[in-house]
Design a protein around this ligand. Structure first.
Ligand SMILES: Cc1ncc(COP(=O)(O)O)c(C=O)c1O
Length: 363
């Protein structure tokens, strides 16, 4: 490959990275990206197409995003002033790391703390900004290790703590008391509780916002049927929202996404509830079937995917499934205790049937 002429100017961390590339290829069933199944009614689809069609194409989007912030705030029980909208929650993670990348007094570099395994974007967002991500391993039941976290906080003094609950890829909510203990221990850092999958969980952690001024909660429409829109939002104290808003690009969410998301939230609440209900029901059905199958141990899930331990190496099971037209995610490349772990998204009932049909010959 031709060498890049500005390599000397490039952040060295970037040279080692690979661009994000979702799995290519044709598969009958894709259960790899934690998207929701396509269950919107024809009527809902027609309404959203009508709204998108009303876009004033020659105009910039509404920079204040007020209508959408109001609708998202209503979903999280807060006012628009407590909401910042991002082009996916990924953008908000980037904004947070950018805004809080100042080294503490006397420190040479900035750190953020998270767990492992977790959503890879936390590490990526840190790395491309020269911020060091400290990863505290989850315990044997994939829950927070509070003592480990307290040690990491005391030693590394991170500016930010990023915790997904339910976590990706493990699918588990963090125990409420452990999460609260980490939030307390991290009192001089901003703690972001990422609730990307909370619609599938038995409880939300929004209550932390009332008890702790250092907490922000991240949410997204991507997992409940609207990944195409790229709409995520952060709920936090208006003072923090105000500071982050200065870092946000003024037109970060395109008009069709703003309008369609607003209408979906205002008018399609029962369709979203239906998607969540079907996925939860299917999750229980698939979990039970996996438990009975042999060669596989599913972890009980609070999300729209299942974290599954395989007796055979996960990479082999993944390849055999792919050979049968079913794509899931394998974590074997990470090695260690992840070498036997798959993450399987819950799809539409017919997709899950197909998974369960081919799995016995793949494990
Ligand atoms: C824990 C977690 N947070 C955030 C995201 C990103 O969501 P969005 O589509 O809103 O950028 C994901 C996507 O997989 C995720 O797993």
């Amino acid at each position: 490959m031709k060498s890049f002429p500005f390599a000397e100017l490039l952040r060295p961390e970037i040279a080692d990275l690979k661009a994000y590339a979702p799995h290519e290829g044709q598969f009958d069933v894709r259960l790899d990206a934690n998207e929701a199944p396509a269950l919107l009614s024809e009527g809902a689809r027609a309404r959203l197409a009508e709204v998108a069609g009303q876009t004033a194409w020659e105009r910039y989007p509404d920079a204040s995003e007020l209508e959408l912030r109001t609708a998202l705030g209503a979903r999280s029980g807060v006012g628009a002033e407590s909401v910042l909208v991002g082009c996916g929650s990924d953008e908000l993670l980037s904004l947070l790391v950018t805004a809080f990348d100042r080294p503490r007094l006397g420190a040479r570099s900035t750190t953020l703390a998270t767990v492992t395994p977790t959503f890879v974007m936390y590490r990526m967002a840190a790395r491309v900004r020269g911020v060091t991500a400290i990863e505290v391993p989850l315990d044997r039941s994939w829950d927070l290790d509070v003592a480990g976290f307290e040690r990491a906080l005391a030693m590394m003094r991170p500016n930010l703590v990023l915790l997904a609950s339910p976590n990706n890829p493990t699918g588990r909510l963090m125990s409420a008391d452990r999460l609260e203990a980490v939030v307390r221990a991290a009192h001089d850092a901003v703690v972001v509780v990422d609730e990307a999958y909370v619609d599938y969980a038995p409880r939300t952690q929004l209550g932390l916002l009332e008890r702790h001024s250092n907490v922000a909660v991240l949410r997204t429409l991507s997992k409940i049927g609207f990944a195409a829109l790229r709409v995520g939002w952060l709920v936090a104290d208006p003072a923090l929202i105000g500071e982050l808003d200065k870092v946000r690009m003024p037109y970060n969410v395109p008009t069709p996404s703003q309008r369609v998301a607003t209408v979906a939230l205002r008018e399609l609440g029962s369709e979203i509830d239906h998607i969540v209900e079907v996925v939860r029901r299917e999750r229980d059905r698939v979990t039970e079937a996996l438990e009975r199958m042999g060669g596989l141990t599913p972890t009980p899930s609070d999300a729209n995917f299942i974290w599954v331990r395989t007796e055979s190496p996960a990479g082999e099971v993944h390849a055999r499934l792919a050979g049968n037209g079913v794509l899931v995610r394998s974590f074997h490349a990470s090695g260690g205790r992840l070498a036997h772990q798959l993450r399987i998204t819950i799809g539409a009932p017919a997709d899950n049937d197909r998974l369960l049909e081919v799995l016995p010959s793949c494990v």
